[in-house]
Design a protein around this ligand. Sequence first.
Ligand code: NAP
Ligand code: ZN
Length: 335
Amino acid sequence: MSFRAYAAPAAGKELEPIQLERPSELGPFDVEILVECCGICHSDIHLIDNDWRISSYPLIPGHEVVGKIVRKGALVQNVKEGDRVGVGWQCASCLACEWCERGEEPACDHHVATCVGRPGGYAEYLIADSRFAFPIPEALPSESAAPLLCGGITVFTPLSRFASPSDRVGVIGIGGLGHLALQFARAMGCEVTAFSTSPSKEAEAKRLGAHHFVVSTDEKAMKALANSFDLILSTVTADLNWPMWLSLVRKHGRLQLVGASPGNISVPVMQLVGGQKTISGTIIGGRAGIRKMLAFAARHGVRAQAEVLPLDRVNEAVARVRANQARYRMVLKVQ
Ligand code: NAP
Ligand code: ZN
């Protein structure tokens, strides 16, 4: 039986509908998911544009999927038909190496990305390893849960690892990841500052959890914040003035990168040595972390603010992300 998906035919092109075949048999640990909705992460845009030189075409993006299991392989134990589950950026790993054992599955050499070299979630059906399909807590509506599977875990990982309740935390970029980071950091008890290039986001950033809102192009306001933050989390897609951002971090503080800025970082060594500061990066999070993140979101009211469009309006949705118009995550409604 065939089903509908949307694919970019070549780098940077608009997506087009295509038909795919459902496999007659599943791998022993695989599940087939009837996709209910799928978020549009900026990583999908990087993939469509082949920014990372790992894309192959036709490319079906989508790695923030929520849907119902309709079929499962012979050895699947943790989920059953009818379960509502979510799948994020990673849909398989070896589950045997040092990293998988430690719960650091994203570091596995056999890490499989949901929509790299295989069809992703801008589609009616998705196949994933059942061990990377996570039951969605009942309290979370599907549209606001889907973006948690990539955007949510990506900011939850460094916040839960590095932020203490008494910390002052800054979030750079109030987009899909950033608007979730504000909510998680606030719920963790931190004093939260939103840094944005979009003054129009102030009221919403504060409603989402920011105590303070700073327009990051305002040089005077930025200078006044020197040595203020225990943790600054960058979620932006662009290269920034990293020495300036590091100067806002206080002694023993950390500048943490999760946004896929394309360039290099050059900072004065003595800012790191003298200030005993750290610059670090992380990708997504392991399976145990995803389960904790979903439970935390359900309990503390962390919800993606979704702008929902039907799957056949995918190009409009992608264009809104490209133009930084999404407030704050575009989500495709598939069923
Ligand atoms: P997004 O929704 O497009 O948000 C990015 C935000 O960055 C924008 O809303 C904007 O916020 C800010 N921004 C954009 N261009 C900028 C510029 N030139 N200068 C300064 N700020 C700018 O994207 P997203 O889905 O949150 O993803 C953000 C990045 O994280 C992407 O590169 C994505 O690939 C990456 N990512 C990484 C991981 C990981 O595992 N590490 C996981 C998911 C995504 P303001 O309007 O507030 O300035
Ligand atoms: Zn993503």
